[in-house]
Design a protein around this ligand. Structure first.
Ligand SMILES: NC(=O)C1=CN([C@@H]2O[C@H](COP(=O)(O)OP(=O)(O)OC[C@H]3O[C@@H](n4cnc5c(N)ncnc54)[C@H](O)[C@@H]3O)[C@@H](O)[C@H]2O)C=CC1
Ligand SMILES: CC(C)CC(=O)C(=O)O
Ligand SMILES: [Mg+2]
Length: 372
């Protein structure tokens, strides 16, 4: 059943709805990526059955550093076209260990992950940060942390606009230009305000560094001012990114919706994960808001080579990303059930405290799936 064409909710993307088969691409990737996506798929299937939704089909794609070592390919046009045909993509993580000299630094991240985000027009990168009941924050008085970072996903210094001259000499000059378009900035700022309008506190904070990065910073500020005038009920303020790192560690509960560029959003969301119980809990969605290509959902973390292959990774971030996927795909009830099961699992962890034996990645997935 197709969704009716109404004004889309801020998180909404065109969807097939719960009554249609949901056709997913799964890119496990490298390191802990395949370990955590396996649990996310397991939990999605359990939630689908529990909510009485139509089935989920999955197609696994072998991509990442290991795939590149085997084939010399990062992401071919053919595979990209196949990915376009799915309803959504569940992504694990890619990238080699920093000391793996067989793989050029950044090759997989740029030619695979960023190529996916750019080619599939993932202009809005949603990264919710919430301190779930029972989860221990490293902050002594964390307060009620519940904010969303709305990160621009296709621009900034991640576009690969740069180069180096006199490489390897003392006169070397390297550039990495941050590209900010009125189109890209406006769409993510609009999304942030629309999202804030639906949240209880209705507040947007623009985070940038306009005191130094004046050209991009002024575009972001002007855009926020313009869009804000259309949302009189939503308050807004501005914070330099360096100050934002202070407040994210001293008073993170003050934030509601943060809108920011690609680089600042990347850095701030690892910090946000750390103050809300760890990177193993932080979910994200790379959203194509126009519905012209599938959105992609992934944990905020990377491939964690230090714990890969040991079943030590917490799959909760991937599982919460799967819940975001289902929500975006119009399967709100299944998503709600996953979130509820995760909250119960986190609360049980808190109750057990240090008494419980450490669980493997699969055991955490089983535990969450078992609550559905
Ligand atoms: N979206 C992606 O695919 C991303 C890929 N990367 C790539 O991943 C590789 C490793 O990057 P790092 O900077 O080390 O960041 P990372 O996020 O992979 O790991 C940082 C630390 O967090 C821990 N960690 C991460 N996820 C965890 C989980 N689910 N459960 C428990 N502990 C977890 C790791 O063990 C490590 O100690 C690099 O090649 C990097 O480029 C990094 C970030 C995002
Ligand atoms: C590895 C980068 C391309 C991405 C990243 O760290 C992120 O999106 O959080
Ligand atoms: Mg990151």
């Amino acid at each position: 059943m197709e969704n009716e064409a109404t004004t889309p909710a801020p998180n909404a993307v065109p969807t097939t709805g719960p009554a249609a088969v949901l056709d997913l691409a799964v890119i496990g990737g490298d390191g802990i990526g395949p370990e955590v996506t396996a649990e996310a798929v397991k939990v999605m299937r359990a939630a689908t059955a529990s909510a009485g939704d139509a089935e989920i089909t999955t197609t696994e794609y072998s991509l990442g550093a290991t795939h590149w070592l085997e084939t010399g390919e990062t992401l071919t046009d053919e595979v990209l076209d196949q990915l376009r045909g799915h309803d959504a993509i569940l992504f694990g993580a890619v990238g080699a260990a920093p000391n793996d000299t067989r793989i050029p630094s950044g090759l997989i991240e740029r030619d695979l992950l960023l190529k996916l985000r750019f080619s599939l027009d993932h202009g809005v990168n949603l990264r919710p940060s919430k301190l779930y009941p029972g989860v221990v924050s490293p902050l002594s008085q964390p307060g009620d942390i519940d904010f969303v970072v709305v990160r621009e996903g296709t621009e900034g210094p991640y576009v690969g606009n740069g180069g180096a001259i006199r490489t390897g000499t003392p006169q070397e000059i390297a550039t990495e230009v941050s590209v900010n378009t009125a189109f890209g900035v406006e769409r993510v700022v609009r999304h942030a305000f629309a999202l804030a309008a639906e949240r209880p506190r209705q507040h947007v904070t623009l985070v940038h560094k306009h005191n130094v990065l004046v050209h991009a910073g002024h575009l972001w500020r002007r855009t926020v001012d313009t869009v804000a005038s259309e949302y009189p009920q939503v308050t807004h303020d501005y914070m330099h990114v360096d100050a934002a790192t202070i407040f994210l560690t001293t008073d993170p509960a003050r934030f509601d919706v943060i809108v920011t560029d690609n680089l600042f959003g990347d850095i701030l969301t690892d910090l946000a994960a750390a103050v809300t119980g760890g990177i193993g809990l932080a979910a994200s969605g790379n959203v194509n808001i126009s519905g012209t290509a599938p959105s992609m959902f992934e944990p905020v973390h990377g491939s964690a080579p230090d714990i890969a292959g040991q079943q030590k990774a917490d799959p909760t971030a991937a599982i919460l990303s799967a819940a975001l996927l289902l929500e975006q795909a119009g399967r709100a009830e299944a998503a709600r059930r996953i979130n509820e099961a995760v909250w119960q699992d986190l609360a049980a962890r808190a109750t057990a405290g240090g008494q419980a034996a450490p669980r493997s990645t699969a055991q955490i997935g089983d535990g969450i799936a078992g609550r559905l």
